[in-house]
Design a protein around this ligand. Structure first.
Ligand code: MN
Ligand code: MN
Length: 335
């Protein structure tokens, strides 16, 4: 790790946390194409302010800005685990991926190109959506041309549908089916946790079963407990690279109401923290937190929940990065 403080968050003891320009977690802002990104930054926090895949209540395009604001409340140490992620890996805010709010396919191309640069710089991204379709171009940028990766996916929904509105294939209900079809994800190493609610049909569940994707319903999670389920998800992934995707609607809407597709009967914020801490040890190529919709979040609490989830994920990512640099390993090489 660096000897300097260049990649530590701006201290709240120097400038109060409510003051200054709100980068993610008060980290320095670094251009993805810069030498600093290539040579120094190990984890990049990225906003993807786009919700063109939303089929019902919109607003997740406003997520990154509100999450940055809320993230200035985050401190240095995870008291539960002792983790100090900013001291374990060099972290920076890489700004927002470029998007096009008026054209879905062009937006996907722009986001993918941005994550291609993240990959070239050997930076591990922690992204903030945006709706859940943003995970597809992120995976295209990080994985395309390489071996498919495993997935731990927290959500009320499988997002494994074929299409909406007569076969339109790109919505926030379809990213993981597209990613499997495109060889970005390995179904046998995928686990989806927290699935519940009403649905149009069972096509997504049937598809998951046919491909070997493991679905853990909220009922099973509550019956078996979080540790047992996370241990199973880890065992399915093994030592090979994986991605982590967290849809805020996995959390119960009493604790995270500011999202487009809430479903009652979810897991709690504390259970979410326990589950994420249990993932320490995975080899992660990146992660995201999606579907925070500020227009449905008048108290701001959903964004506050979201950035704490991002902090827990960052702790796991920092350990993953540190293990690889200690072992002389490298990040995935560019295609
Ligand atoms: Mn989702
Ligand atoms: Mn969802």
């Amino acid at each position: 790790m660096t000897e300097s403080n260049a990649y530590l968050p701006l201290s709240g003891m120097e400038l109060p946390r409510f003051a200054g320009i709100p980068s993610f977690m008060r980290l320095p802002i670094v251009d993805v194409a810069s030498r600093a990104a290539r040579d120094e930054v190990e984890i990049g926090l990225v906003g993807v302010p786009w919700d063109g895949g939303t089929t019902n209540r919109p607003g997740a395009r406003h997520g990154p800005r509100q999450l940055r604001d809320a993230s200035t409340m985050i401190r240095l140490v995870n008291q539960a685990t002792g983790m100090r992620p900013f001291h374990t890996a060099r972290c920076a805010d890489l700004g927002d991926a470029p998007v096009n709010p008026a054209d879905v396919e062009d937006a996907l191309a722009r986001v993918r190109a941005f994550y291609g640069k993240v990959r070239e710089a050997a930076v591990v991204p922690l992204s903030a959506g945006g709706d859940h379709l943003v995970t597809l171009p992120i995976l295209r940028g990080l994985v395309a041309g390489g071996a498919p990766v495993g997935l731990v996916h927290f959500d009320a929904h499988t997002d494994l549908y074929e299409g909406y509105f007569g076969g339109f294939r790109y919505t926030h209900g379809t990213p993981f089916k597209r990613a499997i079809e495109e060889g970005l994800l390995e179904p046998a190493r995928m686990t989806q946790i927290g699935i519940r609610g009403t649905s149009y049909d069972m096509d997504d569940i049937d598809y998951a079963r046919s491909k070997g994707v493991r679905i853990v319903t909220i009922e099973e999670l509550m019956d078996r407990g979080t540790d047992a389920v996370m241990d199973e998800a880890r065992a399915r992934i093994g030592d090979a690279p994986a991605y982590l995707s967290f849809d805020i609607d996995g959390i119960d809407p009493s604790m995270a109401p500011g999202t487009g597709t809430p479903e009652i009967g979810g897991f709690t914020t504390h259970q979410a923290q326990r589950m994420l801490r249990r993932l320490d040890g995975l080899d992660l190529i990146g992660a995201d937190l999606v579907e925070v919709s500020p227009p449905f979040d008048p108290s701001g609490n959903t964004a506050w929940v979201g950035v704490n989830i991002m902090f827990e994920i960052l702790c796991v990512l920092a350990r993953s990065v540190a293990r690889k640099s200690a072992g002389g390993g490298t990040h995935p090489t560019p295609a």
